[in-house]
Design a binder for this molecule. Structure first.
Ligand code: ADP
Length: 620
């Protein structure tokens, strides 16, 4: 009993070969692709970061320039104030002008909320608290400070240099510790406690909302610092200037001027900040880029409320601008700010970019996976083919060697006259003949296969009677089968079946099928051939070659027609073969417009069916 047979192709991939292949594939394709994908992600992220950074630098530049312009506007107002004072002093002497300076100034200069005159010796000449309610409030708020009987915390600004004055001379005690201006403003007298607090800005940039904590804190710190001093000492070294101070949490901006006509008198004004807003508004209109709907410019006051904005309908959380710059000591804690009208546009475009990139990478990975799968399956089939070819060479060598050995052995016996018995002589000669026929078949198969592979196989088509062809070939094979103990049954119709064919090629198919039926008989020596003429769907001849042997395993009925494919390989089954017989049979049949198929046979064994088209009677 033969052992259970395994398909010849199973286990034809060497695991170490596959591992090597996978490694090469990983090193050559997958790893570089993944690295490239990673680099692409990084570079696009960097690009996005650079774009965001550029945009923030651009708008920061806009905010800086706007702050500068606002500061210039204030300097211009200061110059304007000087001109107003000089005009007054040109008409009357300084002493007289000082008496009603407040009334005259307010009449001529709308920006003045109140006008004041103070002598360097610390005498407040104007306004008189009794002159108006505003004058009364002004005197109670600023009286002590202007009369130099109180040290106050102020922000100084010098219009000549455009920089804040650091009143740090020997006479003036200045404390430059940064402080929380809001807290400072709350307590006019008790500001000392606030000096210890860190001075922070009241806005947080939009970009820093999600920034790391430390960075956010650092950026929020104000660059401005306040100074402390008495009024007469703060103005002693300059002829004009501005100073700002917080009173009751409210910003007071004072401009002052000492005329060469009487340097002992300091003429000053508290600015009406709401009127200053008008000037800032027209500044913003000039400054706003005409075409840009992307940004809104604004000036925020010390409470973070908009004093002026370039797009009147724009509303937002004013505390979180995209870029901001402090205007300076002239207007402490006022900020020139830039808002994005659609802040989500940046995130949207970043998200679109991310999505596109994600898709690209996904497509790339899918392409790589498909490519890899194609390469792997191709390499697999190449490996399989290579293994089959090796098997083929050893199979063919075996097939050549076995008949040659018996031919040589029996020929030597006969040549040396060592066999006297006539019957034995005849049997030996028969063996030599059949082994020679087997050799011829094998060599023909190999040669034909080689021709077909090269596309050189030629057929000599001619009209012939297929019934006769089958009968002749079967009968020629009968002695061989019967001598090997086979019961051979050949059934064919009595009528002719006309076909157009290459006789030798068709005979080769029939012999190959008979030879297989014999080879794979598995001791059940029973072969039958049945030829029939069929009418549907098209008239054709149907030749069945049937045996009761080991049969073709289910699922392999098609595979056995592949080149070199052997279900029952020599090693497992001990049956010699090249894996070419059926490949050739099918190719020849198809070249004749027909086919060869394999069917399971009831009761065991296999059944190979050759179908060929019949030539119509008229053409025969
Ligand atoms: P081989 O030279 O190996 O016989 P073939 O192309 O003729 O090559 O057949 C391919 C495979 O098909 C064989 O190896 C065998 O496993 C299977 N086969 C062919 N004919 C039969 C049959 N009559 N019974 C069982 N298996 C068969």
């Amino acid at each position: 009993m033969r052992k259970k047979l395994e398909p010849a192709h199973v286990g034809c991939y060497n695991p170490s070969e596959m591992k090597k292949l996978a490694l090469v594939f990983f090193i050559a394709v997958l790893a570089p692709s993944l690295v490239l994908a990673w680099l692409a992600v990084r570079s696009i992220r960097d690009q996005q970061f650079v774009i965001e950074r550029q945009r923030s630098l651009l708008y920061q530049g806009v905010a800086d320039s706007l702050a500068k312009e606002a500061e210039n506007l204030l300097s211009a107002q200061q110059r304007d104030f000087r001109a107003q004072v000089e005009t007054l002093l040109a008409k009357q002497n300084p002493g007289d002008a000082a008496q009603n300076f407040d009334t005259q100034l307010r009449a001529n200069w709308p920006l003045a909320q109140i006008g004041f005159v103070v002598s360097m010796s610390g005498q407040l000449l104007c306004p008189l608290p009794s002159s108006s309610p505003e004058a009364q409030v002004f005197c109670s708020d600023n009286g002590k400070f202007l009369r130099c009987s109180e040290v106050a915390e102020v922000f100084l600004n010098n219009p000549k240099t455009g920089k804040n004055l650091i009143a740090n001379d020997a006479n003036v005690a200045l404390n430059k510790v940064p402080q929380n201006y809001n807290a400072a403003a709350k307590s006019d007298a008790g500001y000392n406690s606030s000096l210890k607090a860190q001075q922070t800005r009241n806005i947080v940039l939009q970009q820093q909302i999600n920034a790391p904590q430390g960075q956010q804190q650092a950026e929020q710190l104000s660059k401005l610092s306040s100074s402390e001093g008495e009024f007469c000492k703060l103005v002693a070294d300059e002829t004009e200037g501005a100073l700002a101070r917080f009173l009751e949490n409210k910003l007071n901006v004072l401009v002052w001027y000492r005329s060469p006509r009487n340097p002992q008198l300091v003429f000053g004004a508290q600015l009406a900040l709401d009127k200053l807003g008008d000037g800032l508004r027209s500044l913003l209109q000039e400054f706003h880029p005409e075409t840009s709907e992307e940004i809104c410019l604004a000036i925020l006051d010390d409470k973070g409320k908009p004093v002026a904005q370039s797009l009147s309908k724009f509303q937002t959380n004013w505390k979180h601008p995209f870029a901001a710059t402090e205007i300076g000591e002239a207007l402490p804690h006022w900020e020139a700010v830039v808002y994005l009208t659609d802040p989500k546009a940046l995130t949207k475009s970043a998200q679109t970019l991310k999505l596109t990139l994600g898709l690209l990478i996904a497509v790339l990975l899918v392409a790589i996976s498909i490519g890899s799968w194609l390469i792997l399956s191709d390499v697999k089939s190449q490996l399989k083919l290579a293994r089959q070819k090796t098997d083929f060479v050893s199979n063919v060598s075996h097939e050549l060697k076995t008949p040659l050995t018996s031919i040589r052995m029996f020929a030597e016996l006969l040549a040396e006259n060592r066999v006297a018995d006539r019957e034995k002589q005849r049997s030996y000669l028969q063996i030599i003949t059949s082994e020679t026929a087997r050799l011829t078949r094998l060599i023909n198969n190999v040669l034909d296969f080689a021709r077909m592979e090269r596309g050189e196989k030629k057929y000599n088509f001619a009209k012939c009677n297929f019934t006769a062809l089958v009968r002749d070939t079967a009968e020629a094979y009968r002695p061989h089968l019967e001598s090997n103990g086979f019961k051979f049954d050949c059934g064919s119709p009595s009528s002719e079946i006309p076909i157009n064919c290459d006789r030798d090629a068709l005979a080769q198919i029939i012999v190959n099928l008979l030879s297989n039926a014999e080879k794979y008989s598995d001791g059940k020596n029973e072969i039958s051939v049945k030829l029939e003429q069929k009418s549907g769907p098209l008239p054709h001849a149907e030749l069945r070659v049937m045996d009761r042997g080991i049969g073709v395993p289910r699922g392999s009925e098609e595979n056995i027609f592949e080149k070199f494919y052997r279900v029952h390989d020599s090693l497992n089954s001990g049956i010699q073969g090249s894996g070419l017989g059926l490949t050739l049979a099918r190719q020849i049949a198809r070249a004749h417009g027909g086919d060869v198929t394999c069917e399971q046979r009831e009761g065991g064994g296999s059944c190979f069916v050759l179908r060929l088209p019949i030539t119509s009677q008229e053409t025969t």
